[in-house]
Design a protein around this ligand. Structure first.
Ligand code: GTR
Length: 401
């Protein structure tokens, strides 16, 4: 109960902070779209540390043994469906000869991930690794919205390969719709993993994409030069939701970054601000399992709120990021989620967010194991955002000398 009082106080603080102009033109970025439904008060978040039987979680062990599995099961049965185990016959092969790019500083490799024995169902991934790197290479693993061919020019699509390599990181990318089609929004040849791989439980696209991220990690695990203790999963928008779910499912992702993930990602369910369950399910039912339909217009009745999704990655660090113009994704709700994941990290003696007020535009609250920032501008992942994520990853991966 005490926690819930803090939550609503924090929300009021956040909203009064959002109403303050912080510079020329700033207020318009923070104005709430009049069309948005915004019952921003009068809701409560379910307590992430109270088990289904009403008992409170007081230790990391109780969290891991009891509450975490309960929460994971809720997302599996009510929202995303289960991410199935790795297909037994999955294997890998080069899809093009290796090349050196960026003046020879970076190795570029293209790989087929064959999901079945015959190699009929496959998707391509691309890897950039800094050459002449001393020691094992930490890596980002990402899905993006472009085919591999279109992803060569990473900077155009805010995948700053060269800057990432200069910071000593590798990056593996794949086109999300080449793993599982994204409705008819993206035309592509696709492994369409859900059409032939039939686990016992239903699974939506987001779970299929999360499986793809794990398959990419499986490939990286075959490379002795990759540091498997330092893998960060990252995604933007629907792929930010996917990154959170992949982090929840695959503990090899030792750091998780959710950029502008919004509804069913980092945005608070109970606020029903911007995109709601009804809106998302009407447009993208295939991202979810059919059981999720029953929560349309009942967002606050979902058995947990999204701080529970973030907390599934605890004690691994999680970065939640918003954009000031991205009302649809509810920046304040994303911040509240990051804030309210904190109590789970505290079970491990770690800190969540450092402050209980929303950071100013462009500032990062990134000293704890949960980080939050809101960039000034639209729904997007910018090269500057990457630099903040790299800084966070370097700190948590103990890479600062
Ligand atoms: C929007 C959708 C959001 C977000 C975004 C994206 O249309 O409503 O949930 O995921 O798409 O992925 O581009």
């Amino acid at each position: 109960m005490k926690r819930l009082t803090i939550i609503s106080a924090a929300c009021i603080v956040a909203f009064s902070a959002m109403a303050q102009p912080s510079g020329p033109g700033a207020i318009s970025r923070y104005e709430i779209d009049p069309d948005d439904r915004a019952p921003v008060t009068g809701y409560t978040l379910p307590d992430v540390l109270v088990c289904n039987d009403g008992n409170a979680v007081r230790t990391a062990r109780q969290w891991e043994r009891k509450r975490r599995p309960e929460i994971k099961a809720i997302y599996e049965s009510e929202m995303f469906g289960k991410v199935p185990a790795r297909p037994a016959d999955m294997h890998f092969g080069l899809s093009a000869p290796d090349s050196l790019v960026y003046g020879g500083k970076v190795l570029r490799r293209r790989i087929w991930v064959y999901l079945d024995a015959a190699g009929q169902h496959k998707f391509e991934m691309m890897l950039h690794l800094p050459v002449n790197h001393a020691g094992k290479i930490p890596c980002f693993v990402a899905l993006n919205f472009r085919s591999i061919q279109d992803s060569f020019d990473g900077t155009r699509y805010e995948l700053p390969y060269e800057a990432i390599a200069d910071e000593g990181f590798g990056i593996a990318v794949a086109f999300h719709a080449s793993i599982e089609p994204d409705g008819d929004e993206y035309e592509t040849e696709s492994a369409s993993v859900r059409s032939w791989y039939k686990p016992a439980d239903e699974w939506g696209c987001i779970s299929a994409w999360a499986m793809g991220l794990s398959a990419m990690a499986d490939y990286l695990a075959t490379l002795p030069e990759v540091d498997m203790d330092r893998l960060a999963v990252i995604g933007h928008s629907r792929l930010g939701k996917t990154a959170l779910w992949a982090g929840a499912n695959d503990e090899r992702f030792s750091l998780v970054i959710s950029n502008n993930s919004g509804c069913c990602g980092a945005a608070t369910n109970a606020r029903m601000f911007g995109e709601t369950f009804e809106a998302i399910y009407n447009r993208f039912p295939y991202w979810f399992i059919p059981a999720f339909a029953k929560y349309s217009n009942r967002d606050g009745e979902f058995p947990v709120d999204q701080n529970a999704l973030v907390a599934l990655s605890a004690p691994r660090p999680v970065y939640v990021a918003s954009a000031s113009e991205d009302h649809w994704a509810d920046p304040c709700g994303e911040w509240l989620t990051a804030l309210n994941a904190g109590p789970v990290y505290e079970l491990y003696g770690l800190k969540g967010l450092s402050e209980d007020t929303m950071p100013a535009l462009g500032h990062c609250d990134d000293y704890g194991s949960v980080a939050y920032k809101i960039h000034n501008g639209p729904h997007a992942l910018y090269a500057d955002d990457w630099l903040d994520y790299i800084k966070f990853a370097k700190r948590h991966f103990c890479l600062y000398k």
